[in-house]
Write a protein of this length. Structure first.
Length: 264
């Protein structure tokens, strides 16, 4: 049974990371709700496994970009936001642990996460549809970037999604990035927030029970998904990435609605 679960989690991690690397949504926003459907582990274990998988995928993708002579990562503009996301990741993890501590029924926690994901995904989908009519900016204020990063980090860590599509909206709106450039910079932000979130988990000794075999499967699959997805992102047209992004948003909304109904 454990081999079947490990294989299932690995396949989900690979496909989610593949799409996540193409669109810059990190994969966690797909892994988390899909694992909730099967409900083979509790919410703490699912969030932990999802976070580790996303961390591995984003680490590979960012390092690959850093080594490239044509890297799209704008370190000067994005680093203050990424630092904020790292600090926000700790706050979000603390919020998650507090709710877990006071909540008797963990299904309620999963319902809260699913509800928040629906709201964020709908907002992102609408923005993506009408972004050509929305005025964007090229922010140069590092303090505002830091604050925005804190908010992103709190959301991503609390929801266990790494960062998700909300990163793309923010990068598009405040830095006027197109989706392909935003996708790469989003993974850099996800890497920073997930690193501190995972480190906080180890320091506070709040690591949930999990199968090491399953974790290894998910990490390897997540990295492979990142490899293929990064390659496909470079080859695909921006319009194609936009279309894929929109369809994925619809799928995520439907999955989270299903999860809420199931947990009720």
């Amino acid at each position: 049974m454990i081999y079947f679960i490990s294989l299932l989690y690995g396949v989900i991690s690979f496909l989610s990371s593949l799409v996540g690397a193409i669109c810059g949504i990190g994969g966690g926003i797909i892994i988390k709700p899909v694992l909730d459907i099967f409900h083979l582990d509790d919410v703490t274990t699912i969030s932990f496994l999802s976070g580790c998988s996303v961390l591995a995928m984003s680490l590979y993708s960012v390092l690959k970009q850093m080594k490239s002579n044509r890297t799209l990562i704008d370190l000067k503009s994005i680093t203050p936001l990424a630092i904020g996301a790292a600090i926000g990741g700790i706050v979000g993890k603390q919020m998650f642990q507090s709710i877990i501590h006071f909540c008797i029924n963990l299904n309620i926690v999963q319902m809260i996460q699913a509800g928040c994901l629906i709201i964020l995904t709908i907002f992102t989908y609408i923005y993506n549809l009408y972004k050509h009519n929305i005025k964007t900016y090229e922010l140069n204020n590092h303090y505002i970037s830091f604050i925005v990063g804190c908010i992103l980090g709190i959301l991503s860590s609390f929801l266990g999604i790494g960062g998700g599509p909300i990163n793309l909206v923010i990068l598009s709106y405040i830095f006027s990035m197109n989706i392909k450039v935003a996708a790469v910079n989003s993974l850099y932000i996800i890497l920073c927030s997930q690193c501190t979130s995972l480190l906080f988990t180890f320091i506070t000794n709040t690591i949930p029970p999990f199968s090491l075999k399953t974790l290894i499967f998910m990490i390897i699959a997540g990295v492979l998904g990142g490899v293929v997805g990064t390659y496909m992102n470079r080859k695909m047209k921006e319009e194609t990435v936009n279309i894929l992004f929109s369809y994925i948003m619809i799928v995520i909304i439907v999955i989270n609605i299903y999860n809420i109904l199931k947990f009720i």
